[in-house]
Ligand binder design. Structure first.
Ligand SMILES: Nc1ncnc2c1ncn2[C@@H]1O[C@H](COP(=O)(O)OP(=O)(O)OP(=O)(O)O)[C@@H](O)[C@H]1O
Ligand SMILES: [Mg+2]
Length: 498
């Protein structure tokens, strides 16, 4: 057994995250670990990779009991982990980040040239074509995720632990990662894989291990793995699929003409979203999807263009002006842009509401608001007074969503709205967005998962190199068409209305 854990227990202040958990992975095996948001997956992975100490239980590497003093210690035993929310130093160069803690040297000196060259090769393998001398901060969320994976590949670990490695990747980049996972498995690497994208779990896993409320909930052998059986391990119950409510789009709520973002100065973006309409934005990593949303909300100043909300041109610049006009943006990078991690769940939920009023909401009102949105979005937190940074990744995502829904916007901009959210909660979020649209909200969302676009959107805009290369109504959605448009190829038919 490459890596095994027995009877693992772990409690944080007020939360018993793991109780008597057993887990093991063999060389040449991919084990998927599944469970709802807050089930304890990341906590277990942190223990397996030396980032957290268990309160009780034992970890064995190749049959030998070990006590890790830290991640470097685990790394020395051949265990590498790609964290769900990597803590990256944004000022560091990409090459330095890839080799952090394992710098190449020539004699006493750092061998920068060798590290740059090796980083370039590693990143190219993952399909990331960037200059390794650039700072990490210049990368988008999905690219940083690939950087973290490159870092783990560089370590040539015996056990590779991947905690939601694809949550910000589109299907194309994810497919590249799957090919690498296949190669590593064939070469005898033991792999632990966590994902809320159940299709990936089915594609990759030799075995699926379930966690529910911090306990083992069973496991599935290769021939038992299906969407149904995985969901069964996670939630232990079936849930109804929400049906889409019929919608009749009304007046144009968001109208954008000639928008130019600094990321793609040659491209002009024109788009409209009506009341009651849900529009999806698809495209590859780096296509400029997030940049469009960020420019609309004034996070990055657009170079040109006019933005109208309900027929009124946007006055002023920046997010405050956009919020005042009725826009809201749920950003992709919740840790840096979406949340104040050191503050409570309740504080975070009431932030935009408080912002709009210009004074502090009464504590009583804040408590009510927090209780309401925690219930609505099924935020699994022992108390709204907890630090939001202590919540599991998926639960943090629900707080970012709730924070902006509480502000009752007219136009909702969402960047990867369900990143890291489990299947059950995802269904609830879809139902909620559906209901908001039915009530007259305009929704524009970016998603890397076509499945999500198909589930939610009335219309999809495909972006390639900063331009909208196609707009497809719901009855013309197809994976193939979207892929063609996303890679800048033209369609033979008339499927590209302006
Ligand atoms: N540093 C911490 N301090 C306090 N509580 C924590 C901390 N880390 C995790 N928890 C709590 O432990 C529980 C398990 O969290 P964990 O992050 O392991 O869940 P997860 O299964 O990875 O969920 P997700 O799918 O949302 O990533 C949660 O209730 C979480 O709030
Ligand atoms: Mg997690």
């Amino acid at each position: 057994m490459a890596l095994a854990a027995r009877g693992i227990d772990k409690a944080f202040a007020g939360v018993h995250a793991l109780r008597g958990v057993d887990f093991e992975v063999r060389a040449g095996e991919v084990v998927a670990l599944v469970g709802e948001n807050g089930a304890g997956k990341s906590t277990l992975l942190q223990i397996l990779s030396g980032s957290l100490a268990a309160d009780a239980g034992q970890v064995r590497v190749d049959g030998e009991a070990v006590t890790f003093r830290g991640p470097a210690d685990a790394m020395a035993r051949g265990i590498a982990r790609v964290a769900q929310e990597p803590q990256q130093c944004l000022q560091l160069s990409i090459a330095a980040a890839v080799f952090l803690g394992a710098e190449l040297r020539r004699g006493w000196l750092l061998d920068d040239a060798a590290m740059v060259a090796a980083s370039r090769t590693l990143l190219a393998r993952l399909g990331l074509d960037v200059d390794p001398q650039q700072p990490v901060g210049s990368l988008a969320t999905g690219q940083r995720q690939l950087l973290e994976i490159a870092r783990a590949l560089r370590a040539e670990a015996k056990v590779l632990i991947l905690d939601e490695p694809t949550s910000s990747l589109t299907d194309v980049e994810a497919e590249r990662l799957f090919a690498i996972v296949d190669d590593l498995r064939a070469a005898g690497t033991a792999i632990v894989y966590v994902s809320h994208r159940l299709g990936e779990v089915q594609r990759l896993a030799d075995r699926v291990v379930g966690l529910r409320d911090g306990r083992n909930s069973g496991e599935l052998a290769r021939d038992q793995i299906s969407h149904q059986s995985i969901v069964g391990l996670m939630v232990g119950r079936e849930f109804a699929h929400a049906t889409r409510q019929p919608r009749a789009p009304g007046e144009v709520l968001l109208s954008v003409r000639g928008l130019v973002t600094s990321a793609w100065p040659q491209a002009r973006v024109d788009l409209q979203v009506r009341a009651g309409e849900v529009v999806g934005v698809a495209g590859l990593l780096g296509a400029g999807r997030s940049e469009i949303l960020r420019a609309l909300f004034g996070v990055d100043a657009p170079l040109a263009g006019t933005i109208e909300v309900a027929g009124q041109p946007l006055h002023g610049r920046g997010p405050a002006a956009a919020a005042a006009a009725g826009l809201a943006l749920v950003p992709e990078d919740r840790q840096h842009q979406g949340l104040v991690l050191g503050h409570s769940v309740a504080d975070n939920l009431s932030l935009p509401t408080l912002h709009r009023r210009g004074w502090r909401v009464a504590p009583q009102r804040e408590r009510e608001l927090a209780a309401h949105w925690c219930r609505e979005l099924d935020v699994r937190a022992a108390s709204p007074a907890l630090r939001v940074g202590s919540l599991s990744g998926g639960n943090q995502q629900k707080v970012v969503l709730g924070k902006w829904l509480a502000a009752a916007p007219r136009v909702l901009l969402l960047d990867e709205p369900t990143r890291g959210v489990d299947v059950g909660a995802r269904g609830e979020i879809y139902a909620r967005l559906d209901a908001l649209a039915a009530a007259g909200l305009a929704v524009l969302f970016v998603s890397s998962e076509l499945e999500e676009v198909f589930a939610l959107a009335d219309r999809v805009l495909v972006v390639h190199q900063g331009r909208i290369t196609g707009a497809l109504p719901r009855d013309r959605f197809s994976e193939q068409t979207i892929m063609l448009l996303a890679t800048g190829q033209s369609l033979d038919s008339d499927e590209v209305p302006a």
